[in-house]
Design a protein around this ligand. Structure first.
Ligand SMILES: [Zn+2]
Length: 258
């Protein structure tokens, strides 16, 4: 079985609890013993690598990771801070948001597609991140309704206001300062309904890198907000790092609870 590591928590210098996303689109929490020295882990356990893993379940429900061989490392991801930050945020998104009872078809394959795209074009990593995160957040139903006003129920034609507790409000119902750019809703709808290659192709043709970056910034903030509300940890470290390095925005930390 193939899997990628979503997170690894060291226990006593030698062992670790590893959260894995398997090629069957399941998340498995497994215990790895002596992963740094054992011959059964010849490449160690690193993020951004596809492993051939061997898992066994004990009677008490615990899962053991008995060995892992690296099949396909995405080693270029760690060489660029933008792609590294965006790829890390995606791992965090899956770990926080993915629910077994509402599986996302082909999530594993889609993650590999996203990693490959980030390796090929590190500058477009924020777009790849937004593309996949929007899908995950949308499919896991963490995004408030982006079609109708949470106040009056009318269609959101040009909403510019977002309130976490209630969802989105139309201009007539909104009060206080605007906090979502008006292009954010159509932007998210487009990301969710368009294949990655089409989104990337359009970005490569268009000469509007700054405008794209501003829109992606707003989208990432909004998605981060929805994820943070859902996270039991109430703080998204990888997203905070992405806010700092990709968007150079300290207020991103407030949104994601850094
Ligand atoms: Zn309204």
């Amino acid at each position: 079985m193939n899997a990628i590591i979503l997170s690894l928590t060291k226990i006593r210098e030698t062992d670790a609890i590893v959260d894995l996303l398997t090629d069957a689109d399941r998340i498995v929490h497994a215990y790895a013993r002596n992963y740094r020295t054992s011959k059964k882990f010849p490449n160690g356990l690193e993020l951004f690598s596809v492993y051939d893993v061997s898992l066994t379940s004990a009677d008490n429900g615990h899962v053991w990771l008995n060995g892992a061989y690296s099949e396909q490392p995405f080693s270029k991801l760690v060489a660029d801070v933008t792609s590294y930050a965006c790829a890390s945020a995606l791992l965090e998104t899956v770990n926080v948001a993915y629910a077994e009872d509402a599986p996302m078809p082909n999530l594993f394959r889609t993650m590999l597609q996203a990693f490959a795209a980030m390796e090929a074009a590190p500058d477009l990593s924020p777009l790849v991140h937004a593309w996949l995160e929007a899908r995950i957040v949308y499919i896991q139903q963490l995004l408030p309704d982006i079609r109708f006003c949470a106040g009056c129920g009318k269609p959101l034609v040009r909403s510019s206001h977002f309130q976490q507790e209630q969802g989105f409000l139309c201009e007539a119902c909104a009060h206080g300062d605007e906090n979502v750019m008006e292009q954010v809703f159509p932007g998210i709808r487009r990301l969710v309904s368009t294949p990655l290659q089409t989104v990337l192709g359009a970005a490569l043709k268009a000469d509007a890198a700054e405008a794209r970056q501003a829109l992606l910034h707003s989208i990432a903030r909004l998605l981060g907000c929805c994820l943070r509300d859902f996270s039991t940890r109430r703080t998204l470290k990888a997203h905070a790092f992405m806010g700092e390095t990709v968007y150079s925005d300290a207020s991103f930390l407030e949104v994601v609870g850094g």
